[in-house]
Structure formats: structure tokens, C-alpha cells
Design a protein around this ligand. Structure first.
Ligand code: SME
Length: 160
């Protein structure tokens, strides 16, 4: 199989559709969670414009522990009471933050980050972890991005 997934779509909806297809192809038949998170973070980082960090925090005994990612080295552990990731884990709801500096408790791993989206990854009622995407642009993530990233999270939750 080819691992060249250069996605150049005319509009956001098409881009996320192509990204979801590429992700499905990339993880097809592979059950190893680290391999799947590693490739997923690389694919998303390469495809989405204006992002500076894409990666996973895993739920390890109700603590968020850093998983595979692309971007600058990041904070290793967070409780469910810390950061945007903690809020996503605690509420099990997507956190789409337009201005991270205005989010109480935001953890700045990369001072360049201005906005962020975090999607909880849930399978059979169990929180597996979260997918975190950061951008150096304020208000980078729209409702359309949220729908697209949620779909990616659904695909990933099956194989983590
Ligand atoms: N900003 C995140 C922490 C993780 S890093 O940005 C990669 C948060 O507040 O949860």
C-alpha cells in the first residue's frame, strides 16, 4: 500500500472526508493502539493547515498521559481538572476554544498556541483518551472543523 496521503481539497468538508478515508485506510487491519495513534497524528498534522500540535493523551487510571503526537515536546501528565484536555475528559464533551489565553486553567505547552480543539475518545462507555489539536491562529477551529474532527475521533475510538 502507498503511504502517500497528500490531501489537497477545495473545501473543508471535502478535506475532512478525504482525511477520514485516508485514516480508515491507514489503520485498516491494525489493532496496535500506539501504531494507530502515531500514524493518525502524523496524517492529521500533515493535512490540516495552521496547526502546530496534534496528538493524544491517554486515560491511564483516570489521569491523562501523553501519547503519540506531532509538534513540540508537551506536558506529560494532566488530571481531569487540568487544561482543555482535562475538561474534555471530565465532561466527555468536545472543547473548542477560540482563545486559549481566555480559558481558565489552559496549559500552554507551546506558547505559540492560540486556539485548540479537544475531542474525547470513547468506546463502549469507556473514556480511552482525548485527541488534541492546537493552532497558532486564534479561532482556527470552526463548527465544520469540529464535525470533521469528531468523525476522526469516532474512527480512532474503534482501534485504540
Ligand atoms: N493545551 C493543552 C495541553 C496540551 S498541549 O497544548 C499539547 C490543555 O490545556 O489541555
Amino acid at each position: 500500500m502507498s503511504y502517500d496521503f497528500k490531501i489537497a481539497a477545495a473545501d473543508t468538508a471535502t478535506m475532512y472526508r478525504d482525511l477520514a478515508s485516508a485514516l480508515e485506510a491507514l489503520i485498516a487491519g491494525e489493532q496496535d493502539p500506539i501504531a494507530n495513534m502515531a500514524n493518525a497524528s502524523a496524517l492529521i498534522f500533515e493535512t490540516l493547515p495552521d496547526v502546530n500540535w496534534v496528538g493524544f493523551y491517554r486515560n491511564v487510571n483516570e489521569e491523562l498521559v501523553l501519547g503519540p503526537f506531532q509538534g513540540r515536546p508537551a506536558c506529560i501528565r494532566m488530571t481531569f481538572d487540568q487544561g482543555v484536555c482535562g475538561a474534555a475528559a471530565k465532561t466527555r464533551e468536545v472543547q473548542r476554544v477560540q482563545d486559549v489565553n481566555a480559558f481558565p486553567g489552559h496549559i500552554a505547552c507551546d506558547s505559540a498556541s492560540r486556539s485548540e480543539i479537544v475531542v474525547p475518545l470513547i468506546r463502549d462507555g469507556k473514556l480511552l483518551g482525548v485527541l488534541d489539536i492546537d493552532s497558532p491562529k486564534t479561532a482556527r477551529f470552526t463548527e465544520e472543523d469540529e464535525a470533521g474532527v469528531v468523525k476522526l475521533g469516532e474512527i480512532l475510538s474503534r482501534v485504540l
